[in-house]
Design a protein. Structure first.
Lengths: 253, 484
């Protein structure tokens, strides 16, 4: 479904990604780990088309199409979803109004009819339950005054509503208390499906205890330096990144 | 003909300062401003003597201002000097060219109507196309008039009111905005040709939004408009001026005056949607809109101004409330947009005189392109206004980096118990906000419009329902292409 080949990208003239290769098949869940500043969010940003990040080399195909040639909103309508590491606030725009517009944009692309207000409310009630998001939040401005945990839950709620085919979760677990973490993980697991692929960026094994990935990648210095199964995440948790860096360093000498 | 004679009598030798004589039969006054012209206007309108006297007083005040200080220079706007002698101050009403069908109308204008969702019949009325018999605006207007009449509400053109209710005009005209108030108010008082008058008697709640009337009866009131609204004890009225459809006019200068009088326990809600021609993308042309709006509140009375200002090359306007009565309430809700080379200097004055009087100011300024947007507001609490309270919130939103937002809040509290709370913010429409919307599938245009409308929400919710929706669309059309 997603094929990334030799991807190089920079931001403001600074090289961040230095040749990423990654293949994600439909139905699979991959975890991406890596030290701070290694380029995980940059990878996510490039995949969703944030203009700030310039691709200098390489290719990304999504369902056989050149993903990098698509406008960000087209990628979204085609089923690419990012749960932001830092969700922004938009004062005065209610979450439900926003999401209904978004959902209808996506549905239009899928050739489905617009959802009317009643159906939308019904659907959002169900999905809000999934991540235990209080219904009152839906009538509030997007993320405005939401707690850190509420913001993250709101992202997963939106994912549940939009039913993407490729979901990228950028540190959705950061800042969640243990209970919230379980709730969010359950939400994500509920969305795991043979028709959907997920890329989960995280620093912590504890999320991966709930969401067991098919594969784990370690990103260092803008490159995937090691890939493995679910065990690799555990190893990282125990030993940190130093040994991997050393291993890579030794190999490249 | 007696009219002829009386008019000629007015033009006594010596009055023709500029050697000017106007035939009372003529439909248009020649360019220029002098006493002769004032007399001509007054005679044309068959006004009673007191009106002429009043106009002349205003004219003399204006002349003195011209001599002493000239056009006011304190506002944060720039424009070349206006040649007041080059303007013609009177044209007979109903001179608008009639068209046969909408095909004759500028397609660009029609496209804008479309985007605003203005109904076809209304488009025709606005552009001067003959209207189908099915939609007989005159009969609809008449129905409204009957309903208002039953309730005892007087609502008519200013000229009509001068004739039918001279005692009310005499009693109230100029009591809130005196002829000497300011340069443009003096000019308006001297030369205004028409406007609206509304009188709601004691205890009456006006049976309809007076906006509805305007939707189908957009009178061409000319460049110097005069509005007077009086709500007697316990009376209530909601009035809407303007419309979202773009308004063009050959006259560049518009200087209106609006006076509101709310007696004890009365309430006046005055909403404005202003969409005068703003000039082209390079800033050429466009209307100068210099307006004086003020209301006076007696005990427990409430005056609420809501405005959405999207048009005009230059907007200069400060709807104000004099809170004379105890427990009186003044409100000002404003959205002002400047795009391309538009300039707006707008805000309000809340003058607290009465005990425990209360005021609220919510101002939302949006600047895009090279637009310059200034908020100028005064909150004054006089020694007798014990326990007075004000809450002000002035937010600016910038779109792009060539525009400007400026805030000039003046706070003047002269008693110990007055409370003023002022909040201000300036934000740029964030690339991250737009991207967040795009990542959820929304187009850039929808994203911007959503963010901007969210920013204005607190003001839009004060507008009469049907206009709130239109105002949102108007904002989108105004800001089209402002990003990217
Ligand atoms: N807008 C930007 N301008 C300049 N540098 C940037 C920008 N965005 C990211 N960077 C830099 O790119 C590098 C990679 O950042 P990125 O956010 O991708 O890291 P990350 O792996 O997600 O880290 P973390 O685990 O802390 O979230 C960092 O050095 C960061 O400072
Ligand atoms: Mg990151």
């Amino acid at each position: 479904m997603l094929v990334i080949k030799d991807l190089h990208a920079e931001v403001e003239g600074k090289k961040i990604l230095n040749g990423i290769d990654l293949e994600l098949a439909v139905g699979q869940v991959h975890a991406v780990m890596g030290p701070n500043g290694s380029g995980k969010s940059t990878l996510a940003s490039v995949l969703v088309g944030r203009e700030l990040f310039k691709v200098t080399k390489g290719s990304v195909t999504y369902d056989g199409h050149n993903l990098l040639a698509m406008e960000p909103e087209v990628r979204a309508r085609e089923g690419v979803f990012l749960s932001f590491q830092y969700p922004v606030e938009i004062p005065g725009v209610s979450t439900s109004y926003f999401l209904r517009s978004a959902l209808n944009a996506v549905r239009k692309q899928r050739g489905e009819s617009e959802l009317d207000a009643m159906d939308f409310i019904q659907m959002s009630k169900e999905k809000a339950k999934l991540v235990e998001l209080p219904a009152a939040l839906l009538s509030r401005s997007i993320n405005e005054g939401f707690s850190g945990g509420e913001k993250k839950r709101n992202e997963i709620f939106q994912m549940a509503m939009l039913e993407p085919r490729l979901a990228i979760l950028d540190e959705t677990d950061s800042g969640l208390d243990v209970d919230a973490l379980r709730v969010v993980a359950n939400g994500v697991n509920a969305l795991r499906s043979p028709d959907r692929a997920m890329l989960i960026i995280t620093h912590y094994q504890r999320l991966l205890d709930y969401i067991v990935p098919d594969k784990t990648h370690v990103l260092v210095g803008g490159r995937i330096v090691k890939s493995g199964g679910a065990d690799l995440a555990r190893e990282v948790e125990e030993r940190g990144y130093r040994w991997i860096e050393e291993e890579v360093g030794a190999a490249s000498v | 003909m007696s009219e002829q004679t009386s008019a000629n009598d007015l033009f006594e030798p010596g009055e023709y300062k500029y050697g000017f004589v106007t035939d009372i039969e003529s439909d248009v006054a020649p360019p220029g401003l002098n006493e002769g012209i004032i007399r001509f206007i007054s005679a044309k309108k068959e006004e009673p003597e007191f009106m002429l006297e009043w106009r002349l007083k205003a004219f003399r005040a204006w002349e003195k201002m011209v001599k002493d200080e000239g056009s006011p220079a304190w506002a944060h706007v720039k424009f070349p000097p206006i040649d007041y002698q080059a303007i013609s101050y009177y044209a007979a009403p109903g001179k608008k060219k009639q068209l046969n069908s909408l095909d004759e109308v500028d397609p660009e204008l029609l496209a804008t109507f479309e985007k605003l969702g203005i109904p076809l019949e209304e488009q025709k009325m606005l552009t001067g196309v003959a209207v189908d018999a099915v939609f007989d605006s005159v009969s609809v207007a008449t129905t409204f008039k009957e309903k208002l009449y039953e309730a005892g509400v007087i609502f008519c053109s200013f000229s009509e009111a001068v004739k039918t209710h001279p005692e009310l005009i005499k009693k109230y005209l100029g009591t809130v905005v005196p002829v000497t108030d300011n340069y443009f108010a003096a000019l308006n008082s001297a030369v205004f040709t028409d406007g609206s008058f509304c009188y709601v008697p004691k205890g009456v709640r006006c049976p309809m939004e007076l906006s509805t009337y305007f939707r189908i009866n957009t009178a061409n009131t000319g460049q110097f408009e005069r509005t007077l609204i009086v709500a007697e004890e316990g009376a209530h009225v909601s009035y809407l001026e303007g419309c979202t459809a773009p308004m063009r006019d050959e006259n560049q200068l518009h200087a209106a005056v609006v006076e509101l009088i709310a007696a004890d326990d009365a309430g006046i809600k005055y909403s404005t949607v202003q969409n005068w021609y703003p000039g082209d993308k390079e800033g050429k042309g466009g209307i100068y809109n210099f307006v004086t709006k003020r209301g006076k509140c007696a005990d427990r009375a409430k005056i609420s101004w809501t405005q959405v200002e999207t048009g005009s090359a230059i907007t200069w306007k400060y709807p104000s409330v004099i809170l004379q009565g105890e427990d009186s309430v003044g409100e000002f809700y404003s959205v002002a947009v400047t795009n391309n080379y538009q300039q707006a200097d707008t805000g309000t004055k809340m003058v607290h005189l009465g005990k425990n009087s209360k005021s609220t100011i919510i101002s939302k300024g949006i600047s895009a392109g090279h637009g310059q947007n200034s908020y100028r507001g005064l909150v004054q609490m006089n020694p007798k206004a014990a326990g007075a309270r004000n809450y002000s919130q002035c937010d600016s939103l910038l779109i792009g980096d060539k525009c400007g937002a400026h805030t000039f809040p003046y706070i003047d509290v002269r008693n110990d118990s007055g409370q003023v709370e002022h909040e201000a913010s300036t934000s740029k429409i964030g690339e991250d906000q737009i991207f967040y919307c795009k990542q959820r599938g929304l187009s850039e245009e929808d994203a911007v419009s959503m963010i901007v409308n969210g920013f204005c929400k607190a003001v839009f919710k004060e507008l009469p329902m049907e206009f709130a929706v239109e105002a949102q669309k108007l904002l989108n059309v105004t800001l089209e292409g402002a990003i990217g």
